[in-house]
Write a protein that binds this ligand. Structure first.
Ligand code: 5AD
Ligand code: SF4
Length: 478
């Protein structure tokens, strides 16, 4: 089924040109004239890159209606929580922070507080926010970001609390204004939502069914980014490998990579996340063929036991997964493979856990995100018997790291003496004298250099390696 007919170009068809929004813009202009400064917003973003990119869209809309960003939430006129629900600790963080902002709002009653993102897609959580944090003025969801200007209008002009949630939407809003955090690298949505229903995961419930953007929309966006000087793009989707399945004119992810690889100015193409069940041979070939596609695949295994994988509804076996790893490594010998691993899924036995350790050893991961299973209400796994006690989960988690970290360290140590192009991203958080950036394999590198190299590609000779980063020196040639 096509989603083309449902695409709405927000600049042309929707709210940024509505009467209310024009009035809001005029009010903000008046505020600027009277106060010599614009109203300010501060966004607190929790969770994944999908949320980070949604926050860039929220920021883009706010700036197009006359707000400036502030890094200081205490002085903001509008504070927005863009929330995550993937694990319990993400949820707890948001509630803790909302508690803090309650005090802020008491001293600054005109401040508008908005909560959006995945948590707000769940009715029970929304109700909890409305009841326990009654100072919250605006609630919107992952499908109603484009409504934010109208919601602000309702609060400012009509003095009304505003809630706007759509459970599952086929609409894709193209050309939403975006205030991107960086000019040298950019996040680009290719799919929204997920059809996979892994039994532990809330994403399909809060982000709805999978829908793909039309290839031309993606290509146009990347072309525009290249013209603005962007060097690296990261294509985003819960399962990028199934890109195009729901388009009227079927298109594949591999084909998209070949198209994007032609765009002059773009030097690196990354993508997240790949699902092993959909990683096809033509995609492996595309990674090999396309010089701009980074030699890095993030391929979540989640668990090594076939029993657990079955109960997780992952639709592949350990053997199939390891076969894929082999295929990737033989097609692209220096490919980096990273993964996500969950320990303590309901019913996971010690033998099951040993299977996870076995995959980690066999796949020789370049790095991994590791998680304790977190029970999420509404998912199938939450209803499963044999939930694993916390102490066993923690014990397995520690043992997993004991196996994983030496492998990751050895991989990093293997880079010593070699030279890698690194895209310089920022000043290192650990030391002012150091810059930080990543190799195409997603390895973090710290090195000495001047701040004006940020956004440039430099060659770095690796001199030392730790588990989470490497150090090196800038060199002229490879
Ligand atoms: N508990 C723990 N980890 C989870 N993930 C998703 N849902 C859960 C959960 N309920 C992890 C998976 C996924 C990553 C984004 O988050 O590993 O790949
Ligand atoms: Fe969640 Fe599975 Fe979809 Fe990833 S593929 S978002 S883990 S349901």
């Amino acid at each position: 089924m096509s989603n083309k007919k449902d695409i709405i170009n927000i600049n042309k068809d929707t709210n940024l040109t509505s009467e209310k929004v024009i009035k809001l813009k005029n009010n903000n202009e008046q505020y600027f004239i009277l106060n010599g400064k614009r109203k300010t917003y501060h966004i607190l973003t929790y969770g994944c890159q999908m949320n980070e990119h949604d926050s860039e869209k929220i920021a883009g809309m706010l700036s197009s209606i006359g707000y400036d960003e502030t890094s200081d939430e205490h002085n903001a006129d509008l504070v927005i929580f863009n929330t995550c629900l993937i694990r319990e600790n993400a949820e707890l963080k948001v509630f803790g922070k909302l508690g803090e902002v309650k005090g802020l709002k008491r001293n600054k009653p005109d401040m508008i507080v908005a909560v959006c993102g995945c948590m707000m897609q769940k009715e029970e959580i929304r109700d909890k926010v409305l009841k326990s944090f009654s100072f919250v003025d605006i609630i919107f969801g992952t499908n109603t970001i484009h409504e934010l200007p109208n919601l602000i209008y309702n609060v400012e002009v009509n003095k009304k609390k505003s809630v706007d949630i759509i459970d599952n939407s086929d609409l894709i809003f193209e050309d939403m204004p975006k205030s991107r955090k960086f000019n040298y690298k950019a996040l680009v949505n290719i799919t929204y939502g997920c059809n996979n229903f892994c039994t532990y995961c809330v994403v399909p419930y809060v982000r709805g069914r999978e829908k793909s953007r039309e290839p031309i929309e993606i290509i146009n966006e990347v072309n525009a980014l290249a013209q603005e000087g962007c060097k690296e793009i990261t294509l985003l989707g819960q399962n990028v490998n199934s890109y195009g399945n729901n388009l009227e004119n079927k298109f594949t992810f591999a084909k998209l990579l070949y198209e994007l690889n032609k765009i002059t100015g773009i030097e690196r193409i990354r993508f997240m996340t790949s699902h092993p069940k959909d990683l096809t041979d033509d995609l492996v070939m595309a990674i090999k063929d396309c010089d701009k596609v980074c030699n890095h695949v993030h391929l979540p295994i989640q668990a090594g036991s076939n029993d657990v994988l079955k109960r997780m509804n992952r639709k592949y076996t350990k053997e199939h997964y390891l076969e894929l790893v082999k295929k990737l490594k033989s097609a692209v010998p220096d490919i980096a493979i990273t993964t996500d691993i969950i320990v303590g899924f309901p019913g996971e036995t010690e033998e099951d856990f040993q299977e996870t350790l076995d995959v980690v050893k066999k796949a020789e991961y370049d790095s991994a995100f590791t998680f304790l299973y977190s029970m999420r209400e509404g998912t199938k796994a939450a209803l499963m018997e044999d939930q694993i006690p916390d102490d066993i989960k923690h014990n397995r988690f520690d043992r997993l790291l004991e196996v994983l970290y030496p492998i990751v360290l050895a991989k990093n140590e293997g880079c010593i003496g070699k030279v890698y192009p690194v895209l310089v991203e920022s000043i290192s958080k650990t030391s002012d004298n150091f810059l930080t950036g990543r190799t195409e394999h997603f390895r973090l590198v710290h090195f000495k250099g001047s701040e004006d190299l940020i956004g440039q590609m430099v060659n770095i000779k690796i001199t030392s390696a730790k588990t989470f980063h490497m150090e090196g020196d800038i060199v002229k040639d490879k």
